[in-house]
Design a protein around this ligand. Sequence first.
Ligand SMILES: Nc1ncnc2c1ncn2[C@@H]1O[C@H](COP(=O)(O)OP(=O)(O)OP(=O)(O)O)[C@@H](O)[C@H]1O
Ligand SMILES: [Mg+2]
Length: 229
Amino acid sequence: MIEASGLGKVYSNGTVALRDFNLRVDRNEMLFIRGQSGAGKTTLFKLMMGMESPSSGTLRVDDCVMGECGARSLRNLRRNMGVIFQDFRLIKGRTARENVELGMRVLGVSGAEVRRRAEEYLDRLGLADRVGSQVDSLSWGEQQRLVVARALSRRPQIILADEPTGNLDEELSTRVMDLLLAARDRGATVLVATHSPETLRQTPHRVITLSNGRLVGDVPADSGRGSHR
Ligand SMILES: Nc1ncnc2c1ncn2[C@@H]1O[C@H](COP(=O)(O)OP(=O)(O)OP(=O)(O)O)[C@@H](O)[C@H]1O
Ligand SMILES: [Mg+2]
């Protein structure tokens, strides 16, 4: 469960990225976050994963009160998270396979299972023939899919997907969205920041809107916006 109450974030240069932000996301919910560039979407994710601390208010993610949570609890929380970073954060000088495998190895997944899952997810994301390629040689869209494979192969309980389809064509975007939906169906809580009008038009899921660091819209799931998938 994720709960933000009066949450605010001011960066050290004085930029106010979130203000009086209130949100509750239940376990196993799927939620889309929209909002113009600079609205605060990535900041919200950084607070949820403990990369930044709240400046005011509170943010609880499962058992962790962010900013107060001890190192061990934070480590446990992150073990249960799969993050699709907007800026990828892939390990340079390593292959696609190594990047996906390292994400699972730190969780203690066994060697054979690590190899099996890496191949499965790379294949599902259309990267079967890029398995041995160095990250630096991959196209932008290939790197994006690799980040998705790295995050989802960990089978996380919480998925933070920051513009996961930003560099992909329609077919590949659908594939990524289907994998996120499958993760939700397996029990994960899934948050997706996106600009994609296509995704937002069709979704039967809850959509919140951020503007200038504030929550300005919250449309619940199944509100008759479009067809179910
Ligand atoms: N490390 C930082 N230091 C100072 N200001 C920051 C920092 N990171 C983000 N900001 C500012 O905080 C605001 C929110 O940024 P954020 O990255 O959360 O927006 P976003 O909604 O993810 O935008 P985009 O759609 O472009 O990814 C912006 O005004 C941005 O310039
Ligand atoms: Mg962002």
